[in-house]
Design a protein around this ligand. Structure first.
Ligand SMILES: Cc1ncc(COP(=O)(O)O)c(C=O)c1O
Length: 377
């Protein structure tokens, strides 16, 4: 794939444009092919469509450059997460978030009930709680910032403690993205992402990835994909790489918008609390500054109103979409507790807001008219 680059010398903005390109040759293509094949002529390194193809390799190369490890892509973020849990033997102890992404906590609760894993659910931002839970754990499964509480885990400290305790340390870095933190550089064994979100960035496909520098973990996760079969199509991989080309620009803009809107929301008397680590008043601000390269573009805020009014507020927006998911060019918000599986530690009045790349004043006007429409004074 892309030759002649010293990736470490290039900034993220350049890496996302240059990585995952076919080899240069006269009249050669700038982009990988979307080759639709379930199988290949015998004798080559791939062999079958469930084992690899050109579009996957191109996307994997690009994410590898961004995260500083070797990447395997999956059909969704949850498929990537499942492959990581499959590294553990029956009944293994895993330390994980009690209020992280609800898809992950729901899966872990089910595995715990079925005695497939013994899950020690902890409040991840509480470092002491994590450290106390570690003895005997085969995996420490982290997520930071957490979704949807937007709390920052002290990654350098808990990763080091997890390694010392002999656990495989995993970080779901979906909300942060490689622009904001690189879990492998912080000592984790595995970084993973829902590529559905910021990396692809257009709310048009689902994909996930696992990134590691550990050869044995890489091989075992590759086997889990090969035989578990949670593979993406070549088209989805191609679309994700196309989206990744503008990832740095999109993330920069979304972060700027998020910072500005967090400041405005914080001053608004109709808002009880804003959760955004970029705010000096946020309890995680200093921690975030100590190891993160930015603050991300996810805000959660609690509104002084009843549930019906907050639902009306979310439904009244014209520019912001009332939907689940995050990380696209378009701003999306939702009241998180509308989902039965959302943790009860998340307040009923919390709106999770994935800030997009629109003009910030247009977003602010939309928010103002939503307050009015819902009669929140
Ligand atoms: C932090 C986090 N991890 C993982 C996932 C799962 O990703 P996917 O929806 O691509 O399966 C999500 C989805 O919202 C998420 O927010």
């Amino acid at each position: 794939m892309s030759k002649g680059h010293d990736w470490k010398k290039l900034a993220t903005e350049s890496q996302v444009v240059a990585a995952g390109r076919p080899e240069k040759k006269p009249d050669g293509a700038l982009n990988p092919a979307i080759a639709l094949n379930s199988t290949f002529h015998e004798g080559g390194p791939i062999g079958y469509g469930r084992y690899g193809n050109e579009a996957w390799s191109a996307l994997e190369e690009a994410i590898s450059v961004l995260e500083g490890g070797k990447t395997l892509i999956f059909s969704s973020g949850m498929a990537a997460i499942s492959s990581v849990f499959s590294l553990l033997p029956q009944g293994a102890i895993i330390v994980a978030a009690e209020n992280g992404y609800q898809g992950t906590t729901t899966m872990l609760k089910k595995m715990h009930e079925a005695k497939k894993l013994e899950v020690r659910f902890v409040n991840l931002p509480n470092t002491d709680e994590v450290l106390k839970a570690l003895p005997g754990a085969q995996m420490l499964y982290l997520e930071s910032p957490t979704n949807p509480a937007i709390e920052v885990v002290d990654l350098p400290v808990v990763i080091a403690a997890g390694k010392k305790a002999g656990s495989i340390v995993v970080v779901d870095s979906t909300l942060a993205t490689p622009m904001v933190q690189n879990p492998l550089a912080l000592g984790a064994d595995i970084a993973l992402h829902s590529v559905t979100k910021y990396l692809s960035g257009h709310s048009d496909i689902l994909l996930g990835c696992v990134v590691t520098n550990d050869e044995s973990i890489f091989e075992r996760v590759e086997q889990a994909r090969r035989y578990g079969g949670a593979i993406p199509g070549p088209f989805e991989a191609w679309i994700a790489l196309r989206g990744l080309r503008t990832f740095a620009l999109r993330m920069q803009r979304s972060q700027e918008n998020a910072m500005e809107l967090a400041k405005r929301l914080e001053k608004d008397p109709r808002v009880l609390k804003v959760r955004y680590p970029g705010l000096a008043s946020d309890p995680y601000h200093e921690r975030a500054k100590s190891f993160m390269k930015g603050f991300g573009a996810m805000i959660s805020f609690e509104v002084k109103a009843d549930i019906a009014q907050i639902d009306k507020m979310c439904n009244s927006s014209t520019l912001i979409t009332n939907a689940t998911s995050l990380g696209g060019v378009e701003s999306i918000w939702e009241r998180r507790r509308r989902w039965a599986t959302e943790s009860h530690t998340i307040p009923e009045n919390l709106i999770r807001f994935s800030v997009g790349i629109e003009a910030v004043d247009d977003l602010w006007s939309d928010i103002q008219s939503c307050f009015l429409a819902a009669k929140i004074n």
